[in-house]
Design a protein around this ligand. Structure first.
Ligand code: ADP
Length: 183
């Protein structure tokens, strides 16, 4: 029996913010995997996936981005209040909406997944930076749209300096230290 089944877990929202290619999805999947093997209930909400269902049709204006984030926040809150570890991987470039999430949800943990634009661009995981530089994608965060760095995140994962495994451990250890999970 996993610990969670014998404990009344409070749930938590783990919100990963950062530039495209910084490592949000990679770390989110790693953390989810780690917690699942320890029998925690976990759900992963990935910005790219959400945009093809819950937020289908929304664009990348500030208004549409905020709508997208509010929807994800609403779902994440439903999950976390039912004891689930809700992990969100979404750029979430605006400070105001991140602050709103913090105010309107419970157990909100902001994780800044940090890498320089140059490194994200050189990784170009999805080939989007090349297209953005060529002007084929408008409103691309970091190139033609702002990214407002978190001022006071609970966790900063520096993905240029540390390995994926180290970043995943950093997040899991934080959850443990704050007693969101029992290892
Ligand atoms: P995002 O979801 O932020 O757009 P991805 O997770 O899709 O970013 O891509 C990040 C890329 O960076 C992957 O190719 C991953 O292997 C690489 N990477 C290198 N070091 C790290 C690290 N410490 N944490 C996360 N990703 C890393």
């Amino acid at each position: 029996m996993g610990y969670q089944s014998i404990m009344n877990s409070q749930g938590v929202i783990l919100w990963l913010t950062g530039l495209s290619g910084a490592g949000k999805t990679t770390i989110a999947k790693g953390v989810a995997q780690e917690l699942l093997t320890r029998n925690w209930r976990v759900e992963l909400l990935d910005g790219d996936v959400v945009r093809s269902n819950l937020s289908q049709g929304l664009g990348f204006s500030k208004e549409d981005r905020d709508t997208n984030i509010r929807r994800i926040g609403f779902v994440a809150n439903l999950l976390s209040r039912n004891g689930v570890v809700a992990i969100v991987a979404a750029i979430t470039p605006y400070r105001s909406i991140r602050d709103e999430l913090r105010r309107t949800t419970t157990n909100f943990v902001e994780v800044y997944v940090q890498a320089s634009l140059a490194v994200c661009e050189s990784r170009d995981v999805k080939g989007l930076y090349v297209q953005a530089r060529a002007g084929k994608i408008k409103n691309f965060t970091g190139i033609s749209d702002p990214y407002e760095e978190p001022l006071n995140p609970e966790i900063t994962c520096m993905t240029e300096k540390f390995t994926i495994e180290q970043c995943v451990s950093q997040v899991v250890n934080y959850l443990h230290r704050q007693e969101y999970i029992v290892i």
